[in-house]
Design a protein around this ligand. Structure first.
Ligand code: TXE
Length: 485
């Protein structure tokens, strides 16, 4: 089968045990830039179909977990090559289904392709250790083995990259996979699965199940056949998954967002700092767990920074994701738009000072458009503490560097933290003392490489890091062998 996405007619189906399967019900995926456009119809699985996929993955495990690394590397490399070759076409699909701008979407597909290629290499580099035993004549070896069947539950904001950074290491290290894309972006998940289905993976090694979190996702969480779960999404869902899955001793990895600070010190290059804020807070419509939603600015440059940022926001072009001029696409769906709007009201009611934006916008096509919003807030305001997950940022005033650092760390999250400064001393101190999994100096908090660890501290993450070589910590388990020589 060599379906091109633009030829996709109807009914993207489940991929279970090497076959494309219909479901009892279907759903329609909608374009947030033009809600009159249905991206495609897709099959919606129920719990029993999810269980079939889990069984297929469990049955494929014994053979795949003992397959040679060359076989895994070849399959992953082939998937990566096709993603890279089709980045424009798949980027167009992604922009239509999720609403990020076309350049952002093409970049995301390329990133997904590079992730598969990276893990194709990692499949060949699964190393262990040998050591002399403390007992004479005995040899000790430490090896990594797959954990088993992994359930991968993805969010809607990176419908190619996040599935890629879960699926690729899972397969590279010899696990079998059941994958559930988010409800609002099933067709991107389907398109990725369609490519994977034409690779050389044996039937059952990779399975796609589209459907609701409550049915399909929960089936992954509950099933004793699923040995490990990797989830990206909201804090509330992540915490529920953790409780249920750890009660049955499954391995769990959670990525649950952030309230990422960008500190701007008085000695910063102001234009560069404003650019970091615009890109970090508003690109991808602010729908990134790494978004800079708290801009912590030293008092002496506070007003100048806010004025320049406001000017940039006034000029920011919001529009259809496929329009060449668009810098910020629509919000991904109606529920998220409503959540964003409710936070604007909360901010006003709590006394945050409105600087710019937030209103709903009309464009030639009907879509979920809003202008980028900026507030001046106090640290106790909800808009300064809770993840909005939209194009909404707030500025907090800091007396000096120490105060700025304290404000940056005054959050239950700990994914990213950024600082703009020309002082090596302050930058170095911040890198050491920011309570976050990732720290950026003179760069936006959003925008990370695909070959190094990704993840946070505190309420942002649970379990080992994703991506890079560190992915082995989650997708493998260690075995210690003793041999009498
Ligand atoms: O998330 P959910 P939603 C945050 C962001 C956003 C909010 C809601 O604040 O506004 O979450 O988004 C599946 N068992 N982030 O509703 O519900 C679900 O089908 C198993 C931050 O999309 O957490 C989807 O595939 N799975 C974030 C995935 O979980 C379940 C990215 C995420 O959905 C399930 C996305 C269940 N009981 C949202 N219920 C980030 N940090 O990047 C739902 N799911």
């Amino acid at each position: 089968m060599d379906l091109k996405v633009h030829e996709l007619k109807q009914n993207a189906r489940q991929y279970i045990n090497g076959r494309w399967e219909t479901s009892g019900t279907t759903g329609i995926s909608q374009n947030p830039s033009d809600t009159r456009e249905a991206v495609a119809e897709y099959a919606r699985a129920d719990r029993s179909q999810a269980e079939l996929a889990i069984r297929a993955a469990a049955e494929a495990l014994p053979q795949w977990s003992h397959s040679g690394p060359q076989r895994r590397a070849d399959a992953l490399d082939q998937i990566g090559s096709e993603l890279l070759a089709r980045r424009d076409e798949l980027g167009n699909l992604l922009a239509r289904e999720e609403g990020k701008t076309l350049p952002e979407a093409i970049g995301e597909v390329a990133r997904a392709g590079n992730i598969f290629k990276f893990f194709a290499g990692e499949a060949l580099r699964i190393a262990g250790e040998t050591m002399a035993s403390v007992r004479p004549g005995i040899q000790v070896d430490v090896t990594r083995e797959p954990i088993g069947v992994v359930g991968l539950i993805a969010p809607w904001n990176f419908p190619f990259a996040i599935p890629a950074w879960k699926i690729a290491p899972a397969l590279a290290y010899g696990n079998t996979v059941v994958f559930k894309p988010a409800e609002s972006v099933p067709i991107c998940g389907w398109a990725l699965a369609e490519i994977i289905s034409r690779s050389t993976l044996p039937a059952g090694v990779f399975n796609l199940v589209m459907g609701s979190g409550r049915e399909v996702g929960q089936a992954f969480v509950d099933s004793p056949l699923v040995d490990a779960l990797s989830f990206t999404g909201s804090v509330a869902t992540g915490e529920r998954i953790l409780q249920t899955a750890s009660a049955r001793r499954a391995k769990v990895q959670l990525e649950m967002g952030g309230k990422n600070p960008l500190v701007v010190l008085a000695d910063a290059d102001l234009d560069q700092a404003v650019e970091c804020a615009v890109q970090g807070a508003y690109y991808s419509t602010g729908q990134r767990c790494t978004a800079s939603s708290r801009l912590i600015v030293e008092a002496s440059i506070h007003d100048a920074f806010v004025a320049r940022l406001r000017n940039r926001l006034v000029a920011l072009k919001v529009g259809h994701a496929l329009d060449r001029d668009t810098q910020m696409g629509p919000v991904a769906d109606r529920a998220q738009l409503e959540q964003n709007q409710s936070y604007l009201e909360i901010a006003r009611n709590e006394g945050a000072e409105h600087v710019w934006g937030g209103e709903l916008l009309e464009r030639p096509t009907p879509g979920h458009y809003m202008s980028p919003a900026l507030f001046l807030a106090k640290p106790e305001h909800r808009i300064a503490r809770e993840e909005v997950f939209g194009p909404v940022a707030c500025v907090l005033r800091a007396d000096d560097y120490e105060h700025a650092l304290a404000l940056a760390n005054d959050t239950e999250f700990g994914l990213c933290a950024g600082i703009c400064t020309t002082s090596l001393k302050q930058a170095t101190h911040f890198k050491r003392h920011a309570q976050a999994g990732m720290v950026m100096v003179n760069l936006p908090t959003a925008g990370v490489d695909y070959h190094v660890p990704f993840g946070g501290r505190k309420g942002s993450s649970h379990g080992p890091r994703e991506q890079g070589r560190y992915a082995a910590e989650f997708y493998t388990t260690v075995k210690t062998g003793y041999t009498l020589a």
